[in-house]
Design a protein. Structure first.
Ligand code: SF4
Ligand code: SF4
Length: 182
């Protein structure tokens, strides 16, 4: 089995440094506005804060995979005496809640690590986190070629779920709007 190199991108979160300022949300929303930087709608952000100012706790959550079904069970986390549902810390766009959905179309949002052409060196949320709670790292990893093929297969399955739920015309229209450059 042949190996291929894959670039891994990581955003590390230091919760001890996060002060809940939400600059990461603003930066992400502005970067993903259409045209770029033309508006700041927090609903368009691919990063959301779970905020508990009384206990001075702030947790940035980035948007992850779309899932068409919600979980059957829920875990509950107790942190410093306060209970949080598992959904609080989940990045999935799912039917159980309105988080991480594109405000105009309702289509799911996912962190794309600020992919752009030309590429930017550091994702916007990291650039604007002046408290340095977010840091960005990149490294290369060797993976089996087959593993990459499986990922492509998973991507196709996710796309098919989106088409089934929203219909191809709405999906194509939304992708066309998102890909327009400002
Ligand atoms: S990496 Fe980019 S797309 Fe992802 S949450 Fe940060 S600003 Fe948003
Ligand atoms: S910008 Fe940094 S400090 Fe501010 S809320 Fe986001 S992660 Fe926390």
């Amino acid at each position: 089995m042949s190996k291929v190199k894959k670039k891994i991108k990581v955003i590390k979160v230091d919760l001890d440094k996060c002060n809940g300022c939400r600059a990461c949300e603003v930066a992400c929303a502005a970067f993903h506005a259409n045209p770029k930087y033309s508006s700041i709608n927090p609903a368009r952000s691919r990063i959301r804060m779970v905020i508990d100012p009384i206990n001075d706790e702030y947790v940035p959550i980035r948007a992850a995979e779309y899932t068409k079904s919600e979980c059957d069970g829920r875990n509950v986390y107790t942190i410093n005496g306060k209970e949080y549902s598992e959904c609080s810390f989940c990045g999935a766009s799912c039917p159980a809640r309105d988080l991480f959905k594109e405000p105009d179309s309702g289509l799911p949002l996912r962190c794309d690590m600020c992919e752009d052409d030309p590429a930017i060196e550091t994702p916007m949320c990291v650039q604007w986190c002046l408290a340095e709670a977010l840091t960005y790292e990149e490294y290369e990893e060797e993976v089996e070629e087959e593993e990459e093929q499986v990922k492509l297969g998973e991507m196709e399955t996710s796309l098919k779920s989106l088409v089934d739920k929203y219909g191809l015309p709405k999906l194509v229209d939304s992708i066309a709007r998102m890909s327009q450059k400002g």
